[in-house]
Design a protein around this ligand. Sequence first.
Ligand SMILES: [Zn+2]
Length: 57
Amino acid sequence: MTKAHKLDCESVSDTCRFIIQSENEEEAVELARKHMKEVHGQEFTDEELQDDHLQTV
Ligand SMILES: [Zn+2]
């Protein structure tokens, strides 16, 4: 069984439907941070993303 790391932007934004799902946690964090910065203009640390935004599915 493989776990995937998932960011569901819909849970933090009313307008964004962006979803990241990756089995590689580093990649998921990287993509999430990039998305948050480029699309939402918000900067998060890796810890914040891991603790507050990424789910393990
Ligand atoms: Zn988004």
